[in-house]
Write a protein that binds this ligand. Structure first.
Ligand code: GLN
Length: 384
């Protein structure tokens, strides 16, 4: 029954693996969502909005208070000056931002260069928009961006780069040099870059997130996407935003109005409150996550997995070939029964075979949960 635009697009692995975790009562180190909510004052602000009559449609681009708070956030952190009325639009999570950006900008046949491994919604939405993806692989074990491979991916039909840094699933935070390479290619070939920066605040060990839009000549051709989900531990609120030049933000809104029309009204003032009045929450969260990253990575190494310590995000990636496995999906399907743990095979995020032996683990969980997951792995027979 499925329309051709969904041909070959499998159900999202995240829902599949979370359902498997519930069914098998496994420790869920798969889907990236925290098990502790964000700031209580932000929740209180949402309750106030719910009880205070803010329950009808928000304006299409989002409530003004939130758009203004997003503009202040971009200025405070990155020195980016935005007009909240024409250069900011609120979306239903960054996932809708990606969808609306691609539907609003990509013409059938346009090529989109995308970092591989890619987040699953990118390829689904490139296809639904009629675009053609052109992956540039971040290769294990270091998962760096190779500027030559990036250049080689550009053809006369390329119109967009879909970037993601900090990068899910690898945890790579693009360096100044790598960003420079993206900017050079975009400037040289007149490309627009759509950049998903939802993990912007979740970077570790002094690695800095630099928005591509801050590079010389790039603001005009960059659409930046982010959300409150990761920065404030409200992944289920689905409040995201797109910022950038008015033509690009306008294209997002042009598509968004036919997708969700507007996004949830009562959560928007609460997120405005988060951005304005809880500015230190994300960095405190990052400090916390760094310790949990180290806990998880040490545990994974101890059970014999070759682990890449990430510079950012919620996730660490392991190579399972040391345990005799070659196939990540097979390993992850066996894992609940063998160990009572769920993780995400990243093979599905590749066109190539480069991710066959890679598995992603989330550390955005309480330390006790991570410890229980590791203890279960340690007790289990994980060898192929
Ligand atoms: N971003 C989350 C992850 O990578 C999942 C979000 C989703 O399931 N769509 O795990």
């Amino acid at each position: 029954m499925l329309a051709q635009r969904l041909d070959g697009i499998p159900p999202t692995i995240f829902s599949e693996m979370s359902a498997l975790a519930v069914r098998t009562q496994s420790v869920n180190l798969g889907q990236g969502f925290p098990d502790v909510d964000g700031p209580p004052a932000v929740i209180a602000r949402a309750v106030q909005a719910l009880e205070g009559g803010q329950n009808q449609y928000a304006p299409g681009p989002g409530v003004p208070a939130l758009r203004q708070a997003i503009a202040r956030h971009q200025l405070r952190h990155y020195g980016l000056e935005l007009d909240p009325d024409s250069q900011v639009v609120v979306t239903t999570g960054c996932t809708e931002g990606v969808a609306a950006a691609l539907l609003g900008l990509v013409n059938p046949g346009d090529e989109v260069v995308v970092l591989e491994p890619y987040y699953d919604s990118y390829t689904a939405m490139i296809q639904m928009a009629g675009g053609v993806r052109h992956p540039v692989t971040l290769r294990a074990p270091s998962f760096r961006l190779d500027a030559d491979e990036l250049r080689a991916a550009v053809t006369p039909r390329t119109r967009f780069v879909l970037l993601n840094s900090p990068h899910n699933p690898t945890g790579t935070v693009l360096t100044a040099e790598e960003l420079r390479a993206v900017a050079d290619v975009a400037l040289e070939h007149d490309l627009v870059v759509i950049t998903d920066e939802v993990y912007e605040h979740l970077v570790y060990d002094g690695h800095a997130h630099v928005p591509l839009a801050t590079l010389p000549g790039m603001f005009e051709r960059t659409l930046t996407l982010s959300s409150a989900g990761k920065s404030y531990s409200f992944t289920g609120w689905k409040v995201g935003w797109a910022t950038g030049p008015a033509e690009l933000v306008g294209a997002v809104l042009a598509a968004k109005q036919w997708l969700t029309f507007t996004s949830g009204s009562p959560l928007q003032p609460a997120v405005a409150h988060a951005l304005d009045d809880e500015p230190d929450f994300p960095s405190a969260l990052a400090a916390d996550l760094r310790a949990r990253r180290d806990l998880l990575c040490a545990g994974l190494a101890e059970v014999g997995l070759d682990v890449r310590v990430p510079e950012g995000t919620y996730f660490a990636t392991t190579d399972i070939s040391g345990l005799g496995w070659e196939d990540g999906p097979a390993f992850c399907l066996a894992l609940p029964e063998r160990a009572g743990v769920v993780a995400i095979p990243t093979r599905g995020f590749y066109d190539s075979d480069a991710g066959r032996h890679l598995v992603r683990w989330a550390f955005c969980k309480e330390p006790a949960v991570i410890e229980e997951g590791i203890a279960r792995l340690a007790r289990a027979d994980l060898a192929r």
